[in-house]
Design a protein around this ligand. Structure first.
Ligand SMILES: Cc1cc2nc3c(=O)[nH]c(=O)nc-3n(C[C@H](O)[C@H](O)[C@H](O)COP(=O)(O)OP(=O)(O)OC[C@H]3O[C@@H](n4cnc5c(N)ncnc54)[C@H](O)[C@@H]3O)c2cc1C
Length: 300
């Protein structure tokens, strides 16, 4: 931390040593960040990346709704974007320019208020725009790549890139942008719509979610990607894993592709449970499930 701060005399953002990440993940589990950096804005972030020695690992997180942080925490610097990346601008031709720290639900709401349809699916995704860009977040038959015009990102050297959607090589829950790219902004394209109808659609999405997903639990959402032509939850159910536990980590009874922290589950409990599910599914169906949740850091 001291060595790092010495390289960054003009930094305006905040550096925090040994920062607990539990509070920043939906699972409420896992170890600390060696250093947590909250950039003041994009210029501050670019300065940080230019000045920070290349051997120091850098990891970006969003709202932690798709993250399993291991108990030994994350080495190097964890970047969490905040207010300096929180703007929403309505532009011509039913477009929205949105900072990467804006929660997806606010994108849906701002679009509805402006009479822009096509972005209501973000009502159901509890991450922020940076996470949606990296994960190609999607729901209710739509995904990020269908509504994105371009994204702005900074690489590990501090250079800024503007990437049209075609250059991001999106696929199901996958983004082809280099791993070191940190998204700072997205430009979304919608269509003209009636605000009242869009808000009604969003209410429908919220009600549906409450009925079929344990959204009030400490969870990381869908744990595994759906294999081509199959549903991960059906394979998990068929393998007898519904309700399975390791410590305080449990396979949700309501939606068995969701893992839940029922109290004091550790990162190890959650990961061991996930790996047990993978092994049982492989045994019963021959299918190798692929983690959708991003697992970061070192074991405790
Ligand atoms: C109850 C619940 C329901 C969910 N439902 C859905 C759903 O319907 N559809 C769906 O797609 N997902 C769903 N998810 C998963 C999750 O919300 C999405 O993957 C979301 O896009 C993650 O965003 P985040 O901000 O939380 O990212 P995080 O979980 O913090 O990070 C996820 C990944 O994105 C990267 N990342 C974050 N910010 C940036 C950035 N600025 N630049 C570059 N990389 C970045 C991280 O490094 C990490 O690899 C659900 C999760 C929960 C808990």
């Amino acid at each position: 931390m001291t060595r790092l701060a010495a390289c960054l005399p003009e930094l305006r953002g905040r550096l925090q040593p040994e920062a607990p990440l539990k509070d920043f993940t939906w699972f409420r589990a896992g170890g600390p960040a060696e250093v947590l950096y909250s950039p003041a804005d994009e210029a501050d972030l670019a300065y940080f990346l230019k000045q920070t020695p290349a051997e120091i690992p850098v990891t970006v997180i969003g709202l932690g709704s798709n993250l399993l942080v291991r108990d030994g925490g994350i080495e190097g610097v964890v970047i969490r974007l905040g207010r300096g990346f929180g703007e929403i601008k309505i532009e011509e031709d039913h477009r929205l320019r949105v900072g990467a720290a804006v929660p997806d639900v606010k994108v849906a709401r701002a679009a509805a208020d402006a009479g822009i349809s096509g972005l209501s699916f973000y009502r159901g995704i509890p991450g922020c725009v940076g996470g949606a860009l990296r994960m190609n977040g999607g729901a209710h038959g739509r995904e990020t790549k269908e509504v994105l015009v371009e994204a702005r990102a900074i690489d590990r050297k501090g250079d800024i890139h503007v990437l049209p959607v075609a250059e991001l090589n999106y696929a199901y829950r996958y983004c082809g942008a280099p791993e070191d790219f940190i998204f700072t902004e997205a430009l979304f394209q919608g269509e003209p719509g009636d605000p009242a109808a869009i808000l009604a659609e969003m209410d429908g999405i919220a009600a549906y979610r409450e009925e079929v997903q344990p959204i009030k639990s400490r969870t990381g959402g869908s744990t595994f990607k759906n294999p081509p032509g199959r549903k991960a939850w059906q394979l998990i159910d068929a393998a007898g894993c519904r309700g399975l536990t390791v410590g305080d980590a449990k396979v949700s009874e309501m939606h068995c592709n969701f893992l839940i922290n029922e109290g004091n589950a550790t990162g190890t409990d959650l990961e061991t449970l996930g790996e047990t599910v993978r092994a049982r599914v492989k045994e019963t169906s021959g299918v190798e499930l692929e983690w959708e949740i991003k697992r970061l850091g070192v074991p405790g």
